[in-house]
Ligand binder design. Sequence first.
Ligand code: ADP
Length: 403
Amino acid sequence: MKVLVVDDREENRAILQVKLKAHGYESETAGNGAEALAMLRDRPFVAVIADLLMPVMDGYQLTHAIKSDDRIKDVPVIIYTSTYTDPKDEALARNLGANAYLLKPATDEKFFALLTDTIARAARGELPSLPVSQDEVQRLRDYTARLIHKLEDKIEEVSTLNATLEQRVAAATAELREANAELETYVNTATHDLRAPLRAIEGFSALLREEGERMPAEDRRRLLGRIEASAAQMQRLMQDLLDYSRLKQREIVVEKVALSEVVREALARIGPEIDRSHAVVEVSPRLPDVRGVAPILVQAVANLFSNAIKFVAPGARPKVAVSAERQGETVRLAIRDNGIGIAPDDRPKIFRVFERLHDPTLYPGTGIGLASVKRAVTKMGGDLGFESEPGRGSVFWIELPEA
Ligand code: ADP
């Protein structure tokens, strides 16, 4: 006493089989009408539940084949479909001999009431047998009409899809153009900044070549020192640029990170700068855990520490205070300094690449640090900001989701 489920989609077959079993029905399945027909001719089934749209042999053809075969025409056919929802679809299916027609998804209650009833009526011989004299030509015509109708629906679907696709291509192209323009500006500024130390090296070397022999040894040493410093600056610039652009490509996985560890490592990384400047660093004893990527966060925090120590008035002793507080679901790590501060007019520039707001001879750097920090924090799903009063210091903060 098995039910035969005919559907071209594996998941539909599996779901239906589980439900049938739960309601006490044994079942077998077939992926299309032809397979089903072979099974029906081979062994007994109490009912066929068939989808309409299937490859090889669809539900209409299957129904017609069952109902025209004397050996199996008494097996009731239930059409269960979500693709053919037009009343004309049902009319055709019934005309071909389908005994019941149900739209997907139907409630289990409705589905099993119909199944039980159909099987019972078939057993009592109550299901109408098809008038075999039916006009075959008319049936074929109806069938073709239904198929064409479906085809038109599919064509419409495809052309809508096409239109959305075209829209998406246009949007992606615009985005690409914008990225390209951004890249161009970036390369222009990069070359400009990279040229400065090169020009210095060229100039000092020429001076040495032309005047070196006449110069006191001390001046020569000073010039060589400046050449070395320019080369070092060039190295820094390239390293920073590389870090900055790698950050963009890098795939990241955020996880739980202890801020206390991050701060400890960042301070260790800039140890020599702290020693040289005799900076006083105060770290609040309890720092919460956040969600982020430890090495990226360490680099970002080290950058902020380095700035906090660097941008102080000449001769002043840097003081840095590190604290963190929970704000709802996020944690804000704050790094406060007693430095020279940032003028309100400069606020919008500060996170741009190569942007440097203070005299570069007093405050060496590359202008890439904060842009990198911004990129890193954004990438980790956080936020970066600052408050500052010129002459009275600044607070830079990083906000990240709490772990
Ligand atoms: P760099 O430190 O290499 O110059 P950054 O991108 O780190 O570059 O910073 C950009 C500019 O922002 C700095 O040149 C400086 O003018 C300003 N700045 C950054 N941090 C501070 C700070 N803590 N106090 C005052 N100015 C700062």
